[in-house]
Design a protein around this ligand. Structure first.
Ligand code: UD1
Length: 417
């Protein structure tokens, strides 16, 4: 089992390059099934979720060639059906995107009930509602979701909750439905737009992605294309927070600053200096920082994926901060670990109250999910002495070469087996 060892207290300094967005990549890879042709996907992050999804595509019959470390050439012509089983995808959430993509192309798919991080109940009723509205029958038996339709017919679908996954999945399923599909109350996250751009590049006719109404005019056929994944706003936000937490001076390169407005605004409110330099953000911090309140919201609000790393930073900011998690009810599992390191925090339901302390102390801690892992890395960088983090596999699901990147910024961090 791998562990991360961090000697905290070093100020991060230098430049870090941000990779492609995990949450876009994990939808784009299953979406290549729609092409039945060759797609070239550039700027893929080197993370375990991407590796697993490309293995699933290979198992389904796709031909995959690695053009370079971040580029895959994928031909999905030979795929003629879609069954994604437990062994292939038990640790993944994004496996459910094979449902939407394969339903559109084959009118049929079977995929295990999705796994992923344990951060709440994570229902998939809105995905199912969308598939059914398009004319599919959906059954869940023995942990397998089966979708099947004779024909898919465009429909008006109102999402009861704003869901990134359901918006993308239904958008994919509707690409080749007869007539027009309208998704109301759609998610507006940057990766919804990136996936829509990729689908349009493959021949679909999607308008309105990035707003709360998405219109899809069904087409008969899709084709291969070349697409570069957008930069990872969550990875970028994590490095910005880590820079601030260590009182560092870091240039976060290859970002779309607009996607980071919520985190930039919060860090500025704390007293961090952030300047936009083209496609980079320059983050300079000196302590003490002022505590702030955070409320997670759908885009363009403060992203739930940065709530955990951000709360590590709040533990050492002056005063009281209130963190309200509105998206996932179980996203405070990192708090007990932060307390082991000396944080003064209290959780009541969906709210955590943080009383800033002078500093954190290194300790043995364990990541309970991907972003909780990122929170512990941030805490380890702040803490005096040695922090040992277990369950590193969660962190590898979403952060491309995190040790190397942090080492390059001057952190004392290493991985042990
Ligand atoms: C995606 C991201 C995840 C991020 C989350 C919110 C990926 C692979 N993951 O997850 O990193 O934290 O968006 O930005 O892109 N819900 C329902 N019914 C549904 C679907 C969702 O009630 O059918 C609820 C969820 O329980 C949650 C909220 O809607 O409370 C948002 O979930 P959703 O946007 O679907 O998250 P994911 O797509 O799973």
């Amino acid at each position: 089992m791998e562990k991360l060892i961090i000697q905290g207290g070093k100020k991060l300094k230098g430049k870090v390059d941000i990779n492609g967005f995990k949450n876009a990549a994990v939808a784009i890879l299953p979406a290549t099934v729609l092409a039945g042709d060759t797609c070239v996907i550039e700027n893929l992050p080197c993370i375990s979720d991407v590796n697993i999804l490309s293995q699933i595509l290979g198992n389904l019959g796709a031909t995959i060639e690695k053009r370079d470390v971040n580029t895959l050439q994928i031909n999905t012509k030979s795929i003629d059906s879609c069954f994604v089983d437990y062994e292939m995808a038990k640790d993944l959430r994004a496996s459910y995107y094979f449902l939407g993509a394969a339903l559109a192309r084959f009118k049929k798919a079977r995929v295990i009930y999705p796994g992923g991080c344990h951060i709440g109940s994570r229902p998939i009723d809105q995905h199912i509602k969308g598939f059914e509205a398009l004319g599919a029958q959906v059954e869940i038996e023995h942990g397998i979701i089966s979708v099947e339709a004779e024909r898919l017919i465009g429909a008006e679908i109102y999402m009861d909750v704003v869901s990134v996954g359901a918006t993308i999945n239904v958008m994919m399923a509707a690409t080749m439905a007869e007539g027009v599909t309208i998704i109301e109350n759609a998610a507006k996250e940057p990766h919804v737009v990136d996936v829509a751009n990729f689908l349009n590049c493959m021949g679909s006719k999607i308008r309105g992605a990035g707003t709360d109404t998405i219109k899809i005019q069904g087409v008969d056929k899709m084709k291969g294309c070349q697409h570069a994944v957008i930069p990872d706003q969550i990875e970028a936000g994590t490095y910005m927070i880590a820079a601030a937490a260590t009182g560092g001076d870091v240039i976060v390169n290859n970002v779309i600053p607009k996607h980071l407005e919520a985190v930039t605004a919060k860090l500025r409110e704390m007293g961090v200096k952030i300047t936009e330099e083209g496609d980079a953000l320059h983050v300079v911090a000196s302590h003490p920082l002022k505590n702030v309140n955070i409320k997670t919201l759908v885009y363009p609000g403060f992203p739930t994926d940065l709530q955990q790393p951000m709360s590590s930073l709040l533990t050492v900011a002056k005063g009281t901060g209130i963190v309200t998690e509105t998206i996932f009810e179980g996203r405070f599992k990192h708090v007990d670990e932060l307390k082991r390191m000396g944080a003064n925090m209290k959780v009541e339901g969906r709210v955590a109250v943080v009383e800033g302390v002078e500093g954190l102390m290194g300790a043995k801690v364990a990541a309970s999910d991907l972003r909780a892992g990122a929170a512990l890395v941030v805490a380890g960088l702040i803490a005096e002495g040695e922090t040992e983090i277990e369950n590193v596999h969660y962190i590898k699901r979403g952060y491309d070469r995190i040790y190397e990147k942090l080492q390059n910024l001057g952190a004392e961090i290493r991985k042990i087996d």
